[in-house]
Design a protein around this ligand. Structure first.
Ligand SMILES: Nc1ncnc2c1ncn2[C@@H]1O[C@H](COP(=O)(O)OP(=O)(O)OP(=O)(O)O)[C@@H](O)[C@H]1O
Length: 403
């Protein structure tokens, strides 16, 4: 059954160079704006129970598309959006909340706007507050909330009202780690319960892990729509070279041996060392099929959490993933100290990469290797040299025979 059906839906925004132009336009009845097509006319059908990821560069039109589906934005006049079922959307921080009203009042307001009766909201109220974890702030105006508190409450409302369609726009990247994990688990429960989910994120790994269909938007048009593995890798290939040119570790914790105790429900790296043939560094040289690449990875985690898993990616300069490895996939059971600390090593003897420049990204993930607790991207750059003329990026183990 189709629950979302868009027919020739587009969105054009009006851009004014100066704020005052809007007023002058009204007074003088002369156009002082430019029209900007954020979304070109598109047709889209989403079936009940599909988990659809929306990916694309900044400004590609992802949020615009989600807002049109959520009904918080009107399409241009020719388009038609048909939506079946109750929609709960987490689109912008505090979107739908009234800043002057208290958390409690906003819960009732949001519930009413989603079509719930007073009795239904009364019935759900404690559950919403309980999941949000901000019971002590429900009588305060939400304008006093931090961004994390906004997300907590908005997420609780959106998911406790049992929507048929859940729309999540990057919301999980805000909020603290423990809540991010809980909300992630809740999304997975929705998926298991067969709900329809639209999930927009720049975290491609998560999109691929969660979704069963991915739509790649480019400059307001659907560039690809299909299986996550295909669409995500096509998108990754298209991401510009510029993304990888700087040696930047995205997590400050990667090499600095920080051992602060993690917040409840979270985990983070405390140290990552990358070495080739015993030399440790962030810019390393290796000899194809001879050198040994080794990573020593230390992390600390809330001891009450299931033991996290660790994954790594070897990528090329354009972001293309060459290979990956993970403790969960490889069946390593990491042993932690009672305080939640652990240290592991992975070795790649006789490095099978051929000549070229490679980068290493390391991820600290939940026990199912989906939710990301911490990441260290571009943690090291490996320049691989080779003796022979073998072509490509990897050397496959092989056997030749005369037959
Ligand atoms: N209210 C608005 N008024 C004018 N232009 C807008 C408005 N909202 C979005 N745009 C423009 O429309 C384009 C698409 O924006 P949109 O937020 O949908 O992109 P996105 O793919 O979600 O980007 P990001 O990944 O950065 O969130 C952008 O160029 C943006 O500047």
């Amino acid at each position: 059954m189709n629950v979302i059906q868009l027919h020739q839906v587009s969105k054009t925004y009006t851009h004014y160079t100066h704020g005052v132009d809007r007023l002058l336009e009204l007074i003088a009845h002369r156009s002082r704006h430019q029209s900007f097509i954020a979304l070109h006319p598109l047709d889209l059908t989403i079936c009940h129970g599909q988990v659809v990821g929306i990916i694309g560069d900044n400004g590609a039109g992802k949020s615009t598309l989600l807002k049109l589906i959520a009904g918080t934005l009107r399409p241009d006049s020719d388009g038609q959006c048909e939506i079946r079922g109750r929609v709960a959307a987490l689109l912008e921080l505090g979107g739908g909340f009234h800043p002057e009203m208290t958390g409690r009042e906003n819960v009732y307001l949001s519930g009413t706007m989603m079509g719930l009766s007073l009795e239904e909201i009364n019935h759900l109220y404690d559950r919403i507050v309980d999941f949000s974890g901000i019971a002590g702030f429900m009588e305060q105006p939400v304008k006093t909330y931090s961004s994390g508190m906004f997300v907590r409450l908005a997420f609780s409302v959106a998911t406790c009202v049992e929507p048929d369609i859940l729309i999540v726009d990057e919301a999980l990247s805000v909020g603290d780690g423990a809540f991010a994990r809980r909300s992630f688990n809740r999304i997975m429960q929705f998926k298991q319960a067969g709900k329809t989910i639209l999930f927009c994120s720049h975290a491609l790994y998560q999109v691929e892990a969660i979704c069963d269909r991915v739509i790649w938007l480019e400059q307001g048009q659907i560039k690809q729509d299909g299986l996550p593995s295909r669409v995500v890798s096509a998108y990754t290939e298209a991401i510009s070279l510029a993304n990888k040119t700087l040696l930047q570790a995205s997590s400050a914790s990667t090499t600095s041996s920080i051992t602060r105790i993690p917040v409840e429900g979270t985990a983070h790296f405390t140290d990552i060392k990358v070495s080739v043939d015993g030399i440790t560094g962030r810019q390393l040289e290796a000899l194809s099929l001879e050198s040994e690449l080794s990573l020593t990875i230390a992390f600390i985690s809330d001891p009450n959490l299931p033991t996290p898993s660790v994954g790594l990616l070897v990528t090329q300069v354009d972001g293309r993933v060459i290979t990956s490895a993970g403790t969960q996939h490889d069946g390593l059971i990491i042993e932690r100290e009672p305080n939640g600390k652990a240290k592991i090593r992975v070795q790649f003897p006789k490095l099978a990469l051929l000549k070229g420049e490679y980068w290493i990204d390391v991820y600290l993930l939940c026990e199912n290797a989906i939710h990301v607790y911490d990441k260290a991207t571009n943690i090291a750059q490996i320049q691989v040299h080779q003796r022979g003329l073998e072509q490509g990026v990897v050397s496959l183990p092989r056997g030749w025979a005369q037959v």
